[in-house]
Design a protein around this ligand. Structure first.
Ligand SMILES: Nc1nc2c(c(=O)[nH]1)N[C@H]1C(S)=C(S)[C@@H](COP(=O)(O)O)O[C@H]1N2
Ligand SMILES: [Mo]
Length: 158
C-alpha cells in the first residue's frame, strides 16, 4: 500500500470539512503517537485502505460471518503510528488496551461491513475490531474477546 493514503484523505477532509459539514461524518478519530498527532477519518478515507474480508465466528453472533474492512496494521502504518499499544474506545464508552503486537502477529481487521451489509451504529457499527479467531486457537480466549471492540470510534496510539 502507498503510505500516506489515509493521511492525504484526512487532509482533504479538513479542507472540504466546512463546506460538507454533516455529510462526511467522521467515524474514526486517531490520536497519540502518529505523524499528524490527530486525524479524523470518514468512511471514504477508510475505504482508501486495501479492502480485506475475513470469515469467522464471533462470541456474540450465531454461526460464521463474513467481515469486510481493512487491516489494522495497514491503517496504523499509513498514519505513521509508533508505539506499544493502542487504546480503543467505543461509542458506548467501552475502552480497552490492545498490544501493538496483536496487529503484526494476526490479521486483525477493522470491519465496516458484515455479510455485505454496512454495520449500523445500533448493531455493532459503524466499525468493529474483528480477530481471525477461527484460524488461530490462541485467539479463542477471553483476553482477546475483550479486544473485539464494536461501535469503535477512537484509537489512541501510545
Ligand atoms: N463497544 C463495546 N465493545 C465490546 C464490549 C462492550 O461492552 N462495548 N464488550 C467486550 C467484551 S468484555 C467481550 S467479552 C466481547 C463480547 O461481549 P459480550 O459478551 O458482552 O457480548 O465484546 C467486547 N467488545
Ligand atoms: Mo467480556
Amino acid at each position: 500500500m502507498q503510505t500516506g493514503t489515509v493521511r492525504a484523505a484526512a487532509a482533504l477532509m479538513l479542507i472540504a470539512g466546512a463546506a460538507l459539514a454533516g455529510q462526511d461524518d467522521v467515524i474514526l478519530e486517531v490520536t497519540g503517537d502518529i505523524s499528524d498527532g490527530k486525524v479524523a477519518l470518514d468512511r471514504e478515507a477508510l475505504k482508501a485502505l486495501p479492502e480485506t474480508t475475513l470469515e469467522t465466528s464471533t462470541v456474540v453472533t450465531d454461526g460464521t460471518h463474513s467481515f469486510t474492512g481493512f487491516l489494522m496494521r495497514d491503517l496504523l502504518k499509513d498514519l505513521g503510528a509508533e508505539g506499544e499499544r493502542v487504546i480503543a474506545s467505543a461509542l458506548n464508552e467501552y475502552v480497552v488496551e490492545i498490544p501493538m503486537t496483536d496487529f503484526t502477529e494476526f490479521d486483525v481487521i477493522v470491519a465496516y461491513s458484515m455479510d455485505g451489509e454496512p454495520l449500523q451504529r445500533n448493531d455493532k457499527g459503524p466499525l468493529w475490531i474483528v480477530y481471525p479467531r477461527d484460524e488461530h486457537e490462541a485467539l479463542q480466549d477471553i483476553r482477546y474477546d475483550y479486544r473485539w471492540v464494536w461501535q469503535l470510534s477512537r484509537l489512541e496510539v501510545q
